[in-house]
Design a protein around this ligand. Structure first.
Ligand SMILES: Nc1ncnc2c1ncn2[C@@H]1O[C@H](COP(=O)(O)OP(=O)(O)OP(=O)(O)O)[C@@H](O)[C@H]1O
Ligand SMILES: [Mg+2]
Length: 245
């Protein structure tokens, strides 16, 4: 379970309030999408959930562990995929994955089994011995997926995991996300793609300017806005379309 309680974060000496008193819970067995326009605070929220940045106020709990007070234990249970895969590019793919697995103290035989399984699934098993600088964007993205899962984390927190993946790999990742949640784990991901959220999520959290606008199922959202397409509802909520348009 993930419990986010009243987190806020400002940048540039408080001139930008990126996240503003956000509260939500993701239960075991749930896939939840966080949706919002560019700059609405999704990545900042995810970085606070994963302990990369500290909230100015509020708290995050992963299972029983507080992300600030019990950071190592909280982080141990998380598989995190960043929004940009352009890092450690001088390392070979296999070196990066092993580096992550070492940090998490993952058993050698178990990690090797997972590396083979996931890199084959995403079609990057033949490039693991090449430096990541030679990878395409999508290949780097796939490597981030493998690295995020190599320690078999229970909680998955993925920042725009499907952006840039080819349809085959997107299909496989969505399947893994569903299976992982069905096995009783929590999966949280950000997306701009409403159709993805509609197919994948048990629940969506819509944010704008760091504030929560909606938290519920897409069925509930549609029932509140009869005769409207999801895109129209979303654009109205975020203020892009006026109510009368
Ligand atoms: N390191 C930073 N320094 C200053 N401002 C930042 C920083 N990171 C984010 N911001 C600001 O915080 C706000 C939220 O940004 P964030 O990256 O969380 O949005 P997002 O919803 O992930 O956007 P996108 O859909 O483009 O990924 C934006 O106004 C952004 O300019
Ligand atoms: Mg982002």
């Amino acid at each position: 379970m993930i419990k986010v309680s009243g987190i806020s974060k400002s940048y540039n000496n408080d001139s930008v309030k990126a996240v503003d008193d956000l509260t939500f819970t993701i239960e075991d067995g749930e896939i939840v999408g966080i949706i919002g326009p560019n700059g609405s605070g999704k990545t900042t929220t995810i970085k606070m959930m994963t302990g990369i940045i500290k909230p100015d106020s509020g708290s995050v709990k992963i299972g029983d562990y507080d992300m600030v007070k019990d950071a190592l234990k909280a982080k141990h249970n998380i598989g995190y995929m960043p929004d940009s895969p352009d890092m450690f590019l001088r390392l070979k793919g296999i070196e990066y994955i092993n580096f992550v697995a070492d940090i998490y103290d993952t058993d050698k035989a178990e990690r090797d089994e997972r590396i083979i399984k996931y890199s084959k699934l995403f079609g990057i098993d033949d490039v693991l011995d090449s430096k990541m600088i030679s990878y395409s964007h999508g290949m780097r993205q796939k490597l981030m997926v493998v690295a995020a899962l190599v320690h078999n984390p229970s909680v998955w927190i993925l920042d725009e995991p499907l952006t840039g993946l080819d349809p085959e790999s997107a299909f496989e990742l969505k399947k893994l996300m569903k299976e992982h949640a069905a096995a009783g784990n929590s999966v949280m991901f950000s997306t701009h793609v409403l159709e993805v959220a509609e197919k994948l999520c048990d629940r969506v959290i819509i944010i704008l300017k760091g504030k929560k606008l909606f938290d519920g199922t897409l069925e509930e959202l549609k029932a509140d806005n009869p005769d409207k397409q999801l895109e129209e509802i979303f654009l109205e909520m975020t203020g892009y379309l006026g109510e009368s348009e």
